[in-house]
Ligand binder design. Sequence first.
Ligand code: IPE
Ligand code: IPE
Ligand code: MG
Length: 236
Amino acid sequence: MESMKRIPHHVAIIMDGNGRWAKSHGKERYEGHIEGVQSVRECIKAASRYGVRYLTLYAFSTENWGRPQEEVDALMELFCKSVMAETPELVAQGVQVRFIGRRDRFSEKVCEHLTRIESDTAAGQTLTLVLAFDYSSRDEITAAVRALAQRVAKGELQPEEIDEPMIARSLYTADIPDPDFIIRTSGECRLSNFLLWQASYAEMYFPTTMWPDFRQDEFFEAMEVFAQRDRRYGKL
Ligand code: IPE
Ligand code: IPE
Ligand code: MG
């Protein structure tokens, strides 16, 4: 029973270091993103095997639109290709895919792929894979505040009724539990606008491994790190 408690229910990963991995292998940045897809596959399998129920992957931030157009296009193309190629395997593994983030800035093609993989995998019960795509935490919180303010303006809601659970329910992650463990690869020790509200009591881990090298073994190693953590939630 004690060991059961040590399995993080929700793991969230900031997949960073694709560009540096590519550079150190004499390749184009794009090739780092392609290699990173294999890490995604392996971490999904590893998470399921370990008993993790929610896996959130930060795939594209609202700030990533500011990268050169060529790289943005390559990432969108890779996303569409991966959706097509991976859906049958995800269905077979019982993975349900969900997206968090804005949906108003993608091309029609990207939107179609996004909706399709969500509906094709809707019955998955083993693992919920949450993809943060055109996501940022401040953008999410701003949208939530605006929606609540609109309800107040219409007289549907009293300001005193706004509490923490209501704010949580107004975020993209409304019915998704908070992450227990946040991993950021590549050695950068920052959140880069990822799950700022939800991360309140998450344990953090910053391995120096670049994302394309973060495979099953590295995932299981991270689970060992989590198992050693002592979570106190402000108590003794
Ligand atoms: C993460 O790798 C992938 C995305 C942000 C889409 P990077 O592309 O940020 O790689 P580095 O940080 O430049 O090495
Ligand atoms: C964070 O990585 C976003 C994703 C992994 C999708 P970045 O590489 O964009 O973040 P910064 O610029 O290093 O903070
Ligand atoms: Mg980066």
